[in-house]
Design a binder for this molecule. Structure first.
Ligand code: SF4
Length: 202
């Protein structure tokens, strides 16, 4: 089990330097995403198949720290509400998993269709929706389509080269550096709801 955020912060108080570098990677991602979205004329305005209902897993301590940084900027009442939502999402997910049922539950950070911590959202939330390519460690390049809303809106346009690989590499390098510096070697695999629950334990 990962240490709670407070204890991780005490254990390694220079993590914010890494978050500054994470922000630079995120800015480059957002810029490239915007270029692709502008090319297609695709701008997400929500849809019935909201991606915030998808059970996305996140794999870095960087994203864990950053979400919890963002959470700390919110008003007390909002934080309580989010924590209760996150507990409910985790409870319902566990129940569904035990029954072997699929489940789609809204991310606890989504309010009225919008992400309340948009600036702090993890990588996959930033990159979702647009067709892309990815090449992992010397393997073949894999091309993936955009989301359903994208497919409905963009039947005609040819592919805009959107290569996620350099971003994944930069994230992995920074993550490894952070873990080495902090002396942490646990693997991370958490949804946003789990990050909020794990991170806020005493
Ligand atoms: S972190 Fe924000 S963008 Fe990502 S799933 Fe949650 S509400 Fe949606």
């Amino acid at each position: 089990m990962l240490l709670p955020f407070k204890k991780l912060k005490d254990k390694y108080n220079k993590y914010s330097l890494f978050l500054d570098r994470l922000k630079v990677i995120y800015e480059a991602m957002d810029q490239k995403y915007k270029e692709a979205a502008d090319y297609y004329g695709f701008h997400c305005q929500g849809c019935h198949d909201n991606c915030c209902l998808t059970r996305f897993y996140h794999y870095t301590l960087l994203e864990y720290f950053y979400i919890l940084e963002g959470y700390g900027t919110l008003e007390y009442d909002r934080r309580v509400e989010i924590k209760n939502r996150a507990l409910e999402v985790c409870r319902k997910t566990d129940e569904a998993d035990k029954k072997g049922m699929a489940v789609r539950l809204m991310c606890p950070l989504n309010f009225n269709g919008l992400c309340i911590l948009y600036d702090y959202r993890p990588m996959i939330c930033r990159l979702h929706g647009i067709p892309h390519e990815l090449q992992r460690g010397g393997q073949n390049i894999i091309h993936s389509p955009g989301c359903d809303a994208f497919a409905e809106q963009n039947r005609e346009k040819s592919y805009f080269k959107f290569n996620r690989t350099p971003f994944y590499i930069k994230m992995a390098e920074l993550e490894n550096e952070l873990k080495r510096a902090a002396g942490i070697n646990q693997k991370i695999k958490m949804t946003v709801a789990q990050m909020l629950i794990e991170g806020l334990r005493d």
